[in-house]
Design a protein around this ligand. Structure first.
Ligand code: NCD
Length: 313
């Protein structure tokens, strides 16, 4: 159920399934609230348990949610590999969720199928957080990405933001682009032709009047960008290994790329990176990908406390 616009942070007991659940005002109110969590470690979630169900690999999302929960005094149970769960015996997702709700207060779910988080939320009375469902959505990554853009550029509007890489399968790109359609920015969508962003996202940008440009060649359209958001080619989503081989090295960002773009871009990536960003950029002042990791804990502390209805004291 979408959150109530008149009470921006009345999120207690709600699910976080899609970025569509947030209005523009709610997003801004959320980011303001999240800032207060950066150094906040009071045990406001003491006695509360997060059930963490990962049916796909994860390092950052899984561990940062666990860190956030524990830093606020809560605890965590669950699995990071569904092979050790009864799913491998054929148990349905709905049944797994109905069982796990007896052990915890909130459920975190990552799953390879689009719509799995929504299905889980319909199978339990507990709040469900979508930690990534197939190629569809990754709403908490989007919240931390927005938080990082505002932190680094001091704005959420009037920016030139370029996305580069796998725009077809990357759920972090899909969620962030949908959210950015609430704000007035110019977007550059750079991908191999076979990995263009699906048409529904473009329709949404059109409906909201967002200016965007699509191309395969980076430099023909993107100059002086403020934010460059790179993403991994999502090998595990390709139906055909040969197709992956054709595009796996499509783009590599190095110092020369950054210079050509005007030398001031904030460089973002949800991680893990393979070869998209040269390691010699790690000390480039605009490199923000490890700041995104740090901000992930801050933002997830805010998400957990708001959904669990435990406000800061
Ligand atoms: C991303 C994901 O799982 O979608 N990782 C993350 O959560 N930071 C990006 C990716 O796997 O490429």
């Amino acid at each position: 159920m979408p959150v109530n616009a008149s009470d921006a942070l009345s999120l207690a007991g709600r699910d976080l399934i899609s970025v569509r659940d947030f209005t523009r005002d709610e997003l801004i109110a959320f980011l303001d609230e999240a800032e207060a969590f950066e150094y906040y470690t009071s045990p406001i979630l003491s006695g509360m348990v997060m059930g963490s169900l990962f049916f796909e690999p994860s390092t950052r999302t899984n561990l940062s949610f666990s860190s956030a929960m524990q830093r606020l005094g809560g605890s965590v149970l669950g699995f990071a590999d569904s092979k050790v769960s009864s799913t491998s015996k054929g148990e349905s997702l709905a049944d797994t969720v109905r069982v796990v709700e007896n052990y915890c207060d909130i459920i975190l779910l990552r799953h390879p199928f689009e719509g799995a988080a929504r299905l889980a939320s319909e199978s339990t009375r507990l709040p469900v957080i979508n930690a990534g469902d197939g190629t569809n959505q990754h709403p908490t990554q989007t919240l931390l990405d927005l938080y990082t853009i505002r932190q680094k550029r001091n704005a959420l509007e009037g920016l030139k933001i370029a996305f580069i890489g796998d725009l077809k399968y990357s759920r972090t790109v899909h969620s962030l682009i949908e959210t950015l359609s609430h704000f007035d920015n110019e977007l550059f969508l750079i991908s191999p032709t076979s990995l263009r962003i699906p048409p529904d996202f473009l329709e949404e940008l059109n409906a909201n009047g967002t200016v965007y440009h699509e191309d395969e060649d980076f430099f023909s359209i993107a100059q002086d960008v403020d934010v460059l958001y790179s993403t991994r080619i999502q090998q595990e989503r390709f139906p055909d290994a040969v197709e992956y081989e054709k595009v796996k090295n499509a783009y590599r960002i190095d110092r020369e790329t950054i210079e050509k773009l005007g030398g001031k871009a904030t460089l973002m990536h949800p991680l893990p990176r393979l070869n998209e960003i040269s390691m010699d950029l790690d000390d480039y002042p605009g490199a923000a990908y490890f700041d995104q990791v740090r901000n992930g804990v801050t933002v997830r502390k805010a998400v957990l406390s708001l959904l669990l209805g435990k406000t800061r004291v």
